[in-house]
Ligand binder design. Structure first.
Ligand SMILES: C[S@@+](CC[C@H](N)C(=O)[O-])C[C@H]1O[C@@H](n2cnc3c(N)ncnc32)[C@H](O)[C@@H]1O
Length: 360
């Protein structure tokens, strides 16, 4: 026993080395709350740095803050404070005095990373998203989305009037899907199908990856007319014009027929139960009597593995599209109400895949 133990017999530290008081839990509780608020500020800093393309100006070797600030056109002392705070929290690495380099986390924020997260980072700090959060207290009173309170419109009505914001949100979806698309296209047996229709397929990140991996397949991206030029550009860039087409439409009204695999990824949670049932019934109608046709739902599901972050994303899903995160059982109930029964379930990365067949 040391003299320190005698002076402070009950001294204990939390995982970050901060002194806590075992006789007063409010000290540790304050640290927990404080960390959550700090994360929110760091998240704003990440978004703003990505807007200014700061990660693209940091190298693999230590780079002086003045050089980074000059390339990004920013105020060096203020940029230093941002990078110091992020480095202290595991994003970027600070070497010596005012020199920064990438670590694995910050590298993912570079625009040229194959699985870049820059689009997601920029969306979370986008003025539309932030304006919606300012109305969360009203959402709590009536269950309406923050976007509806902020702009008097649904998310997709709001996006339809603003091509720049549509592009920003599409970039975020590309970030969100880039890595999972590779895993899903390799692990799901697409070889069993001939023509895939991706509902709400956006710019086509998932479908392009599936088609590149499966040369026998044809595909259709089905999305709102606002996505048409972005999706057609990316079909051309991916050199898939002979096997991939874009169809503009509204899955709440009608889903085109002619595929043997209909899929929808990370889109159903944007919608209320009633809207989900409408979308699923339209899919069921499109399947009709096509022999062997299936519906593949790919979604972030609240389960014991994903609970911590899917329950947090559930708040964002209310905030922006006004939807909700669900459990697997809740999705199965919605599917059944549309005449679809789950035949297989799989988990790839953090996505749950539910394959269903028409109920006979
Ligand atoms: C959350 S994003 C998901 C995009 C993509 N599936 C992914 O995983 O990255 C939802 C997509 O649904 C599309 N969408 C929204 N409402 C739609 C509608 N009524 N009909 C068809 N597509 C719609 C959006 O334009 C957007 O591309």
């Amino acid at each position: 026993m040391t003299t320190a133990d005698i002076d402070h017999p009950s001294e204990t530290f939390d995982r970050l080395g901060r002194k806590i008081d075992p006789t007063d839990s409010s000290v540790a509780a304050r640290y927990v709350l404080n960390d959550i608020y700090c994360s929110a500020w760091l998240s704003h800093a990440i978004s703003a740095l990505c807007e200014h393309r700061v990660p693209d100006f940091v190298g693999g070797e230590p780079t002086a803050i003045e050089s980074i600030a000059k390339k990004a056109g920013l105020h060096a002392p203020t940029l230093y404070r941002a990078l110091r705070a992020l480095a202290a929290n595991g994003i970027f690495e600070e070497r010596g005095d005012g020199f920064f380099l990438h670590n694995d986390v910050s590298r993912l924020l570079c625009a040229d990373h194959p699985y870049s997260w820059s689009g997601m980072a920029r969306m979370w700090g986008h003025p539309s998203c932030m304006s919606a959060w300012m109305h969360y207290r009203k959402s709590l009173t009536d269950g309406q989305s923050g976007i509806k309170h902020a702009f008097g419109k649904t998310l997709y009505e709001h996006l339809a009037q603003d091509p720049a914001t549509t592009k920003a949100f599409s970039d975020a979806m590309i970030s969100n899907s880039a890595h999972a698309a590779v895993s899903i296209s390799r692990e799901f047996p697409f070889r069993n199908f001939k023509r895939v229709l991706d509902l709400g397929g956006g710019a086509g990140t998932l479908l392009h990856t599936i088609l590149a991996e499966n040369e026998h397949l044809e595909g259709v991206i089905f999305d709102l007319p606002e996505l048409e030029s972005l999706a057609k550009d990316s079909i051309r860039t991916a050199d898939l014009a002979s096997r991939c087409q874009f169809i503009a439409g509204n899955f709440l009204s009608e889903v085109p027929s002619g595929a043997d695999l209909y899929l929808i990824k990370n889109s159903l949670w944007n919608w209320s139960d009633d809207h989900c049932i409408e979308i699923l019934r339209n899919i069921r109608r499109a399947i009709g009597t096509t022999y062997g046709a299936r519906f593949l739902l790919i979604e972030y599901v609240i389960n014991s593995r994903n609970k911590k972050w899917t329950t947090a994303y559930d708040l964002q899903i209310l905030n922006m599209p006004g939807g909700r995160a669900r459990t697997e059982a809740e999705y199965k109930m919605l599917l059944l109400q549309a005449g679809l029964a789950v035949t297989e379930t799989d988990i790839i990365e953090d996505q749950t895949l539910m394959l269903s067949a028409p109920v006979q």
